[in-house]
Design a protein around this ligand. Sequence first.
Ligand SMILES: CC(C)(COP(=O)(O)OP(=O)(O)OC[C@H]1O[C@@H](n2cnc3c(N)ncnc32)[C@H](O)[C@@H]1OP(=O)(O)O)[C@@H](O)C(=O)NCCC(=O)NCCS
Length: 439
Amino acid sequence: MTEYLSLPIDDESAERMRAGGLRLALVDTGDADAFGQWLEADARGFHQSRLSPELLAAQLRGLTDRRTSAVYDDSAADPSSPVSTVSSWPARLTLPGGSDSSAWAISAVTVASTHRRRGIASAMLTAELRTAQRLGIAVAILTVSEATIYGRFGFGPAVFAADWKINTRAAKWAGPMASGRIHMVPLEQARQDGEAIVERIRLNGPGEIDVRGHLWNRLFGLAGDPDRKKTLRAVRYDDADGVPQGFAIYSFAQPSEDFSAQTLNVEYLATATDDAYSGLWRYLLEIDLVSTVTAPLRRVDEPMVWQLSDFRSAKKDDEQDHLWTRVLDVKGALEARRYRAPGRIALEVSDPLGFAGGRFLLDVAADGTAVVSPLEGEVPDDAAAVALGIAELGALYLGGVSAVVLERAGRITELRPGSADAVDGAFRSAVAPWLSIWF
Ligand SMILES: CC(C)(COP(=O)(O)OP(=O)(O)OC[C@H]1O[C@@H](n2cnc3c(N)ncnc32)[C@H](O)[C@@H]1OP(=O)(O)O)[C@@H](O)C(=O)NCCC(=O)NCCS
């Protein structure tokens, strides 16, 4: 499906920009000059360095499968340089219950500092949401630089991530002994073998997306910072039958004064079996001349903590919101996922931007599938009932946020006592949702 690449730019936002003397347009990613300017504007927007020729070439090649939009100011000194950027594509988002569905991934949201706070980001984002709706996509997703920007557009934080720090002098391995073996592999080999592994495990837990193309290459230093590749090491875990079941990429920080106390950073770790998980973590935690292992953007409920002799040797350095979710079609979104308990829940959803609000009745069957119908009249006697905003529904969607907590925080309202608990009984995921990358 490539309709998303050519669908015309959103009229409403284009008109809004025209009224302010600006021009909203789709960028032809086959036009190296125009797309190159867009990529430079994107880097500038995030305060990154100018793109090296290699990085520019990698991005010109690797990002052509994204719908790419820009705002231009034809009165600026350099009118070919966008004053705003955004890109988007239909990602596959894993939902609770082990299926996936199309989600509108939005990335590269920038506005030039010369044009900030004039409503440009608002126009771009609402254009993205209308475009996703026109494509029949029920949910939009993004990872964010600041937690203050996207709530107003109806996004709620749904997936959280932790930066772990492990004192490997204190941490002794107390978990299962893996039966396979670790191989040092060249990065290119890990890239090839890893692709099949991550695709195999993608549906194992909610919150993950298909990590492919540019995002995948970036992990291996092939499409991001050119110096990154020099620092990366890769290992692969093969099970007792010799089948690859996991891999890790890691790097070392600059040696500290004490050469025997270096810091190893786990750049990426993916495992298809518990055996591979234990095997790779144990390997990473037992490397000589290392006293600290850091592992950013990992699960908040990382099982590794329970595999160490000293529970306090692994700590979360940071834990924060990672993936934000915006429901655009309540029926489509809620019917796509599975639930943990049968029952009926009435949802009164408010959406100030007018995309997806309304009154709905969610009927969950014994097998965890659900049917959502419009709710007219009274809430049925046998239903739980809550009123909530669209951002709160987005937060609950992947099963990682508690409705009881949101109710206590005043973010959702129980229309019948005990309803938030009933929502949790159906919506919560057994393991916290997790997304292994940022985009
Ligand atoms: C974040 C950014 C895109 C906002 O662009 P902008 O064109 O200035 O935003 P808008 O003028 O459309 O602002 C819309 C509303 O959001 C608010 N807002 C914008 N950026 C905000 C921020 N960083 N924090 C809190 N509120 C913000 C505005 O005050 C405005 O509120 P109002 O409608 O109540 O007046 C821009 O500041 C930017 O490029 N930042 C650097 C890159 C970045 O962080 N991008 C986000 C990547 S996830």
